[in-house]
Design a protein around this ligand. Structure first.
Ligand code: FAD
Length: 215
């Protein structure tokens, strides 16, 4: 099996990065092949625009999604996008690995979604939505760290909702929409507030999560 981890943390010594590294090592121990797209390390530009395309269509009116379709049909995506798209198409499992920012993914990862899951390439044109999506038969999940502790993320807690509820837009509106079967999140709560031992246990729990789903 091939795995793609799209990693969105700037600090290689962060706990979030430790989770990405642990996932890579665990999948490799299980005999799978792992590619890690480290967005900050690669200085991935999150802003979609005309620079996404080697050439534009002849239309009179510029429209980003139409240019994505044109680039898909005429092999005109910029090289950095083609690299990401190739890794994505080859992968059987897609993981978004990120710290929760404002109840969502960081902008650098959202930009990856905007630019890489392009119209024509990932949805629209030859591809339908959900069970007719391009990535049907493949699996995806989110590995998320938070600042707030677990008890905040309950209906009765300070944030009033679970992390699964909060991240539903990503589950359904992004990953599910392009066809992935979305597995439960791996959630690492309040990682700056807990002890070294508790963080070490989270890494062990993550290993167990991966083995449960992919051994
Ligand atoms: C713009 C912004 C918006 C945010 N919005 C939210 C929000 O909506 N909700 C929310 O809950 N939080 C929010 N946060 C907080 C954010 O989610 C957390 O700061 C982040 O998830 C913590 O993860 P980290 O990897 O950055 O932790 P770090 O601070 O990098 O790591 C925590 C500790 O783990 C240690 N560590 C590293 N590697 C290991 C290892 N291998 N074993 C053991 N320990 C290790 C580190 O040394 C550090 O002491 C926000 C933060 C920002 C900047």
């Amino acid at each position: 099996m091939k795995v793609l981890i799209v990693h969105a943390h700037e600090n290689p010594d962060s706990f979030c990065s430790a989770l990405a590294n642990r996932a890579k090592a665990t999948f490799e121990d299980l005999g799978h092949t792992v590619k890690l797209s480290d967005l900050y390390l690669n200085k991935f530009n999150p802003v979609g625009g005309k620079h996404d395309f080697k050439k534009l269509s002849n239309g009179n009116y510029y429209k980003y999604a139409s240019e994505q379709m044109n680039a898909h049909e005429h092999n005109a995506f910029a090289p950095e996008l083609k690299t990401e798209m190739k890794m994505l198409v080859e992968a059987d499992v897609l993981i978004f690995n990120f710290p929760l920012w404002w109840f969502d993914m960081p902008a650098i990862l959202k930009g990856w979604v905007d630019r890489v899951l392009a119209y024509g390439f990932a949805y629209g044109g030859n591809y339908g939505f959900f069970d007719k999506g391009r990535f049907k038969g493949k699996h995806a999940f989110l590995c998320v760290t938070t600042g707030s502790p677990a008890e905040f993320y309950t209906p009765a807690g300070a944030h009033g909702r679970t992390l699964t509820d909060i991240l539903q837009n990503i589950h359904q509106g992004i990953l599910g929409l392009v066809g992935y079967t979305v597995l439960p999140n791996f959630e690492a709560y309040g990682v700056s507030r807990i002890s070294d031992e508790e963080r070490a246990q989270l890494l062990v729990d993550y290993e167990a999560y991966i083995k449960k789903h992919f051994a």
